[in-house]
Design a protein around this ligand. Structure first.
Ligand code: ADP
Length: 428
């Protein structure tokens, strides 16, 4: 799967997860609402029993309500309207208290009426007709119906119960909504900084690319100039000119390395490959390194087992990678340098091992040395220049050849870098 497809898949999983969480939350909410309704009905049932019992008796409240519904103003020295209002309020307070005792805080209205729908008493407050109301009817018995000699019904009306239930569930809905929003916020923030960082890396690479290209021309000119100068110089200055020349060569190599890496960065998954016999390439590489080893007093041992190594490869990059390993073996060394290059076939793979008796690498550093720009912090023990690019380059190249690069190393004793590449069938 390439990078873009992977991003799309991750994005789809993210969207599905968020929708999934929202759906699950919605279902929980629905279950919660239903439970709240069931609970509400149970509470109403209990409240209704008590209301029915009290209103069935003859007491101060039913006496007052009785006077109002029979429009009898003889007992109280008040107008019948005042009696009506007073009983409406008292009944309201009584019902409110009974409902509250059962934990029902929802607003309500009521109507006291007979079967032939003559309204006897209304609550002080009333709802509009268009409101959808949940109604509970209580058929009264006892004192009040016997007064009017008709079936009396007390109807309790509740408005907007869903809103009321939701407010009861707020303890759950609001935190879960907040958590979803928080998760979204964090994920978006992470994604944003990820893309920002990626952008920054691209910009940095472009900058390095441009800079190294700019450096190449003057370095090349100095190289040619110093070469001509070296041929012409015969006196004691020759040593100085030759120093300039060797340092320019080093600089050229470093620039090449950075450029190679930057060009790999652009076309991540592609280098041109050809099927060739890699054996002569290795033989040449060994020949060249032998010269350096002799010049620099390095004990170099090489062994190439087998004759033909057919590889589908880019020999230029592969050779660079191996040279990099040899260079490192030389760089990270102790006094007496011993380097061994071993090439052999193991099953259907070509194994190239570069072994040294150098400073070695700790287990902790082993995990990171293949990372770009990573260098083992040397303290003041040794002082070797580098950019932490060589091993990263080698790893990328080997990976592009569908191979593997591993390291075995003991601190203070030496290291062995092993490249393993898939061979293709020899058809020569
Ligand atoms: P550079 O050599 O430019 O620092 P590399 O990517 O080639 O970058 O190496 C990364 C680090 O791995 C080096 O800084 C060094 O500490 C460690 N290293 C690489 N090769 C060896 C080796 N043969 N022996 C010990 N340490 C090594």
């Amino acid at each position: 799967m390439n990078g873009k497809k992977f991003h799309i898949v991750i994005f789809i999983i993210f969207i599905i997860s968020i929708i999934g969480i929202a759906i699950v939350q919605y279902q929980y909410l629905r279950i919660g609402l239903n439970l709240a309704k069931v609970q509400f009905n149970q509470k109403i049932g209990l409240a209704v029993n008590e209301i029915k019992e009290v209103l069935g008796q003859s007491n101060e409240l039913t006496f007052l309500v009785g006077k109002a519904i029979t429009k009898d103003d003889t007992y109280f020295k008040l107008s019948i309207d005042s009696v009506y209002d007073a009983s409406s309020y008292f009944l309201n307070d009584f019902l409110k208290e009974k409902l509250l005792q059962q934990g029902i805080k929802s607003e309500f209205t009521y109507t006291l009426y007979t079967k032939d729908t003559t309204e006897y008493l209304l609550s002080p407050k009333s709802y509009n007709n268009e409101d959808t109301l949940l109604k509970y009817q209580i058929v009264l018995d006892g004192y009040l119906p016997s007064l009017v000699k008709k079936r009396l019904i007390l109807e309790l009306q509740f408005k907007n119960l869903n809103k009321y239930f939701l407010s009861q569930l707020n303890g759950l809905t609001i935190p879960s909504l907040l958590f979803i929003v928080a998760i979204l916020f964090v994920i978006i923030w992470v994604l944003k900084s990820f893309y920002w960082q990626k952008n920054l890396i691209t910009i940095t690479n472009e900058f390095i690319n441009n800079l190294t290209h700019e450096l190449k021309t003057p370095v090349f000119s100095i190289g040619i100039a110093s070469k001509i100068l070296l041929e012409k110089t015969e006196n004691e200055n020759k040593e100085l000119v030759s120093l300039i020349r060797s340092q320019v060569d080093k600089l050229k190599n470093q620039i090449e390395k950075v450029l190679e890496l930057a060009s790999l960065e652009g076309k991540r998954n592609f280098i041109e490959r050809k099927v060739i016999d890699f054996n002569p390439v290795i033989i040449n590489l060994i020949k060249d390194f032998k010269k350096i080893a002799t010049m620099e007093n390095i004990q170099f041992l090489s062994e190439v087992k087998g004759e033909i190594y057919m590889l589908n490869c880019n020999s230029y990059h592969l050779e660079n990678a191996i040279n990099g390993l040899l260079e490192n073996a030389k760089k990270y060394s102790n006094e007496k340098i011993e380097i061994a290059l071993l090439v052999f076939q193991e099953e259907k793979r070509l194994i190239i091992s570069v072994k040294d008796n150098g400073i070695g690498i700790s287990d902790n550093d082993k995990k990171n040395i293949f990372d770009k720009y990573y260098r083992v912090s040397s303290g003041d023990v040794h002082n070797v220049k580098g950019y932490g690019l060589g091993l990263n380059y080698a790893k990328r190249i080997v990976k592009l050849h569908k191979g593997k690069i591993t390291v075995k190393s003991t601190l203070g004793q030496g290291s062995e870098f092993i490249i393993s590449l898939p061979l293709i069938k020899n058809e020569k």
